[in-house]
Unconditional design. Structure first.
Length: 306
């Protein structure tokens, strides 16, 4: 009995040592940068050290809502953020359905080709994505050239400069870039479905669509709910690279999300302390959303995410 206990302890130590490098990386890149939150409580101006700066307490937190102009801009930024994240959440079923139909392709070669083509854009930077968009959709690009030659329009359509439907257009670019990569999780879940269950359904006379509706989709729904709940926890974090490269003078008001707003404050107007204060509040809201999502997961699925 003592030997078994000792062996279990040795295995537990080995398992812990295996994850130590990853814990160190998390501490370095996720927790150590939190020291930077201290800048939100000082009137910081580079390149002077923080010890030279004046401690101002919650001044920058209060300044976010101290006048109607700032409040109006913050409301617009939050509206953009909620719209972009809301669209992504509303269409979160798309990668799941794509994975389901991809799995139904009988030709292995064609299936691999489609999966490779749809996954590759995930590894392209947003700068390159914008270069492609500019080449195709600018006023002298391929799309406008074709439309004008066919006589569909007499003057170029401002696809990139216009702020009309900008939220939906950004969602389309995001989906084009990430749909294939997001489908991998669902493809992995589909491969875990018991083949005997499928065979039994086919013997009983179930069609392909019936197998998809009654077996495949219910089997991968737990994966879908976990990913949706994780997206809810990161509702305010859309990233800024996509919106930074697509932003211009015509669509800036509608495309500026919270992450881009924080970047513009710091790098554009030198508001390092104010941008840090906003980032702190965003982190606290994200933590509250994570707790709320975890609570919902316990109530709905009976399982905790964390």
């Amino acid at each position: 009995m003592q030997l078994v206990k000792t062996e279990k302890q040795k295995n537990a130590v080995k398992d812990f040592l295996m994850i130590v490098p990853f814990l160190i990386l998390i501490l370095i890149f996720s927790y150590y940068p939190l020291y930077g939150w201290v800048y939100a409580f000082f009137d910081y101006k580079p390149p002077f050290p923080l010890s030279w700066e004046k401690f101002v307490g919650f001044k920058w937190f209060i300044s976010m809502v101290e006048n109607p102009v700032k409040v109006k801009r913050l409301v617009q930024v939050l509206t953009n953020t909620f719209a972009m994240s809301g669209l992504s959440l509303f269409f979160s079923w798309f990668p799941m359905i794509f994975a389901v139909f991809l799995n139904e392709i009988k030709s292995v070669r064609f299936k691999k080709f489609v999966q490779t083509v749809t996954t590759l854009p995930n590894f392209i930077s947003w700068v390159l994505v914008y270069s492609i968009a500019f080449s195709v959709f600018n006023s002298t690009g391929a799309a406008n050239s074709i439309l004008m030659r066919l006589g569909i329009t007499n003057e170029p359509i401002l696809f990139l400069q216009s702020s009309e439907h900008i939220w939906f257009k950004q969602w389309l670019w995001l989906t084009w870039k990430n749909a294939g990569w997001a489908a991998i999780m669902y493809i992995a879940a589909i491969t875990g479905i018991d083949e005997e269950l499928m065979e039994a359904a086919k013997i009983d006379g179930a069609s392909r669509m019936q197998c998809i509706w009654h077996i495949t989709i219910p089997s991968i729904l737990p994966t879908y709910f976990v990913l949706v709940m994780m997206s809810l926890a990161n509702f305010l974090s859309n990233g800024m690279e996509q919106y930074f490269v697509f932003a211009n003078s015509f669509n800036k008001t509608k495309i500026e999300v919270l992450d881009l707003y924080v970047y513009n404050l710091a790098m554009g107007s030198g508001g390092y302390s104010l941008s840090t204060a906003i980032s702190i509040l965003k982190s606290f809201v994200s933590i509250m959303l994570l707790w709320a999502t975890n609570w919902a997961s316990k109530k709905i699925r009976g399982e905790s995410l964390i």
